[in-house]
Write a protein that binds this ligand. Sequence first.
Ligand code: ADP
Ligand code: MG
Length: 492
Amino acid sequence: MRVDNEKKPALGIDLGTTYSAIARWTDKGPKVYQNPRREYTWASVVYYDERQTKPLVGNLALRKAIVDPVNAIIGVKRMMDDGNQKIPLGNEEFTPIELSSMILKDVYEYAEKTTPGFDPAGVVVTVPYYFTALQSSNTAEAASLAGLNMLGVIQEPIAAALAYGIHEEDSIDNEIIMVFDLGGGTFDLTIFKLINEPDKLTFDVLATGGDDRLGGLDFDNELTDLIQKKSGLNFTQHSKEEQLKAKASILEAAKEAKEILSFEEFTEIIKPNILPGKHIEVDLTREEFEECINHYFSKMDLILDDVLEKSSLSKQDIDRVIKVGGSSRIPKIDELLEKKIDANKVYGNIDPDLCVAQGASVYAAFLDDRIQWSKEIEIKTATAHALGVGLSDGRFSVLIPSNRRTPCEATRMFTTNLDHCEELDIDVYQGSSKYIKNNMKIGTIQVTGLEKRPAGELDIDITFRINQQQTVSITVVQKESKIRKMESLNLA
Ligand code: ADP
Ligand code: MG
């Protein structure tokens, strides 16, 4: 395998909803960079007010966000489906692509500062498995805007599994692994088959599922409500701005308490003067916290069943569970995993906060120099979203369902819905809703030169083919008009 090159490293960046991290590949495995405060993770937060010359990013921005929440953005990753929307901060506006690029640049610059003459071979940035083509390409655009030399993107559960695979390379043969990722913004569950051969490491994604509105941020909000209720405080007579400040301050206390309760059974929240003359002093037990987020556990329970079913496996077939994400530290997660799989199968030898960045650096080193890398890495994936076309009544007609192994192919017949039309726009969507308005448009294929016929008379064959590289090629055939048109769209 490639030896470490400190000055010219292959880098992996985990661009998280709430926290990000950066690692490089070394001959002893992946190494995560520390920032000057000896932290391994950076808050994915941007803060800007009119007094600043440039936006503030990271853990300092998170602290500013607590006193002035209006001028801060937390969780910009949740906005990547519309990368160019305008988000006001201070007296300026920024797009999600710009905000993400600031986070990437900040993280990168910390790594850069550690080494004189830093000239990386390139960077791999991670994206969630469920990200659509558009969200992934917006992320890649953010990386180029930050001036990073992108080697590629890798999906987060694959990066985590890769970190595990490299760590346990000597002891793995064939395994079924489940990556259980509960972070700040999302819950993602992925089942892989990991095959370790002398010259090749294969990751075969068998099933995936999750919820992109289920994570630590949601738990913080629930706990904030509980703390406010227990404190008996009421802010309704205060101004909107003061209410926001008080809420942000309780939210910070809630997050801290939540994290403590993963290690302690009990904690006490003391916050003097959250507003003039108003104090918070509340006792909280782990049980109370877990109770207030119980409905999220029911959701996770259902998702676990669903993903197992999609994989056609039973719980006995799972050899290992890899916990990823800061929220996977909540003790009740182990109860859930005990009930659904077997707590003894949970792998403990990997850091849930860092393994995604670590795995991304492994992949970066592999992409940078496949020849020196002694092993091929092969990733076989399944579609995370259904893929299809929009119908004139707003419904989504699915050609390739979600969780279909790639490569795959499907054809369906459509027809014109207007009399004598000569042109047709075929809109291609990704998503899980029956209606296109809830799904993501990934492209349009314009067909021109149709024979003029009454509506419904011309058969239009549409074929979708997804290859191993997650490119979908779409072929439209209309025989009478002698039309055969092919276009490609990128999914990853
Ligand atoms: P993401 O990848 O979505 O940014 P992370 O994996 O970095 O998320 O996880 C961040 C989340 O984990 C935050 O919501 C944080 O509060 C939560 N978290 C971190 N440590 C703990 C802990 N000890 N107990 C519970 N939650 C934690
Ligand atoms: Mg994460």
